[in-house]
Design a protein around this ligand. Sequence first.
Ligand SMILES: Nc1ncnc2c1ncn2[C@@H]1O[C@H](COP(=O)(O)OP(=O)(O)OP(=O)(O)O)[C@@H](O)[C@H]1O
Length: 404
Amino acid sequence: MGVKVVVEGLSKSFGAQTIWRDVTLTLPPGEISVLLGPSGTGKSVFLKALIGLLKPEEGQVVIDGVDVCSCSDSDLYDIRKMFGVLFQDGALFGSMNLYDNIAFPLREHTRKSESQVRDVVMEKMEMVGLVGSESKLPGEISGGMRKRAGLARALVLDPQIILFDEPDSGLDPVRTAYINQLIVDLNAQVDATFLIVTHDIGTARTVPDNIGMLFRRELVMYGPREVLLSSNEPVVEQFLNGRTQGPIGMSEEKDAGQMAAELAELGKDQGVPHIVPQLDVSQGLPRRTAVQRRQDRVMANLGSLTPAAQQEILSTLTVQEKQRYGVTDSGVVTRPPNQRTESMAGSLSTEEVAKVPAGAAQGQRPSPTPRTSGAEDDAFWAPGESVSEQPAKRGWFGRKRGGK
Ligand SMILES: Nc1ncnc2c1ncn2[C@@H]1O[C@H](COP(=O)(O)OP(=O)(O)OP(=O)(O)O)[C@@H](O)[C@H]1O
């Protein structure tokens, strides 16, 4: 099973430019999480921080008890071996054929014999549907095939965490659908922790278990897919519907006056977008074991989610699942699994997002957002409370950091 990645209070700047600050989230083991955000909000920088390629100024990334941000070089070397990364263009060596590209990490980092290397390479090429293309050069194949070759290479060291930097970039909708299905199928097969950075709305709606969104240098939301997909937070709604009306403008953010006028014009009768079902694994493959773990976790914390998300989650339960969690006809959970320990993330309310001044782009911290005292750390939200109803609180799963 993949490992848990715990990000606590992470902040990164380049000189005077703040990229993001105080990012707190947990990637649950074996689950698929997606990180969204307008261009330039630092999603790729975030991925690099997770693997220790960039050093944040503040905060921690704890994997297997090791803080990637402050560990020794030898610990970092070991931690990096837990990662597989699919770069945007596959990052293949142009002069090597696909077989040698995929074999490269094995030859560099293991003492496997050539016949053992062959077994692993062929197994991974089969997983991504590339058997028969071993001798092709990256320049001779399509963008979709290059991504799949990059993915096979990311898999050869059996990583416990796989990072995908825009796996759908440059692909047509059909190839995007294929790569999304492949990601879900691979998750079922390897059960590693997946984090996908994407702009693609279809990917965000159908692939992940959890979704996060970066905006104006903050992680504005992160939580189970149902929470963001049913959210009426303007920035989340605008992004997930690909609208021009809303806080996100051509250059990432709009003037507050223009935004208010647009939102007023848009009206409140747009309704919550329908949540499409999550992609299932292809026929013949094992079920994703993360699905059950996630369902247990989400049901254990159901009361901390927004009412719309709760409704959505309850509406998709089967009769057996309702029995398992003791859900009554009126939607009351009488027997939640005993897992109310998992803290996931921080988020900002609509009011907090709106208060972040544009000047923060030049590295100035915004005026402090209202936070409750550390006394409520690790507390969970009471049933029925929602993000917008509780501006001072930072997460659906309630973890707050006192004193910052
Ligand atoms: N090594 C670096 N030195 C200085 N600035 C950097 C560095 N790497 C990234 N940046 C800056 O950080 C900001 C965020 O970049 P990043 O590529 O992470 O954004 P993104 O959200 O992934 O964007 P996109 O969706 O367009 O790929 C950009 O302004 C970029 O110029």
